[in-house]
Design a binder for this molecule. Sequence first.
Ligand code: PLP
Length: 381
Amino acid sequence: MNHKLRRETKAVQALHYKDPLSGSVIPPIYTSTTYARNENYELISEKYSYGRDENPSYIIPEKMLAELEGGEEALLFSSGMAAAVSVFQVLNPGDHVVAPKIMYWGLRQWLVEFSEKWGVDINFYNSNEPQALSNSVIKGKTKLVWIETPCNPTWDIIDIKEAASIAHNNGAKLVVDATVTTPVITRPIEYGADIVMHSATKYLNGHGDVIAGALICAKRDKFWDQIRQIRIHGGAVLGPFEAWLLQRGMRTLYLRVQHASANAMQIATHFLSDKRITEILYPGLSNHPGHNVAKQQMSLGFGGMLSFRIKGGEQAALKMVKACNVFLRATSLGGIESLIEHRYSIEGKNSPIPKDLVRISVGIESIDDLIGDLEQALGKI
Ligand SMILES: *Cc1c(COP(=O)(O)O)cnc(C)c1O
């Protein structure tokens, strides 16, 4: 074959997997916690000695992730949070970190506590303010620039290329939480990111039945090896069944993400001039402030996540959510089924999220059923 295979093909075939022992086209699940040595007391396979260090069930999903993101290596974790936390744990007291004000809520909460206890300084910058990121970085002191794009749940866009040059000019690494876009839409390493993070619980697995996380590095270096050590010693490892389910989910990643993105775009367009909605937050709309940057760094769609700001404030937003029959009222995102959520109710009093905001994770159901449900729910306000 003389042309490079597309990532889509590689994902579907789990890298053209054929089991060396049996020829099975589906990889096996290795459940063993320990690995034997030969008569000379040498490990039979040098890489494997104990299940907390490594598991052969990771080989295929980790290789798939590295391949899809265009990185050198991937590491699986027991959750997205475990993956994210492992990056921050490499830092030393006195190091400085910058992160967006609006980002995954659980991680932001953890960062605030961690920075106090660990003696790490942190600046949260306003991601929709130009210059805010570059103004918050301190040359020589900032070790990590953390971004999430689009930022959950306002879907502001951060320019990855610009963030990478700010980070690198100041001696810091750029880490991108790319959970919402997946490598189908954006591959942050191509724009200069050093590490990509995923809550694989969301689109990568895509079926709402696995909690998992992943990191992918552009290049293996000392920082990356420290992350690996943190996984080994901290033990936030993924179970073999979950790793297997994840590789199965990733086989349909391209189909699912493209379909969800197309559905989201249709919903955004359909309700664009609806008087019951004051604003639709979706980077695919040409009136979105980040649309031009989104067009440069997103392809095959603008993702399956969007938010509505409902006319009439918090009570109207809650009424609308309660009236949904097809959309399930549940947290999380990136599954095949559509979910709806009043974020402020979930995040609570310190939340920076507007009270009239309703977050929607668009699935792959019939677009007519989805639009119909939102129409009837808006009608009940
Ligand atoms: C869900 C999520 C996380 C956390 O991942 P878990 O798998 O729930 O630990 C981090 N970032 C984003 C953007 C998420 O949506």
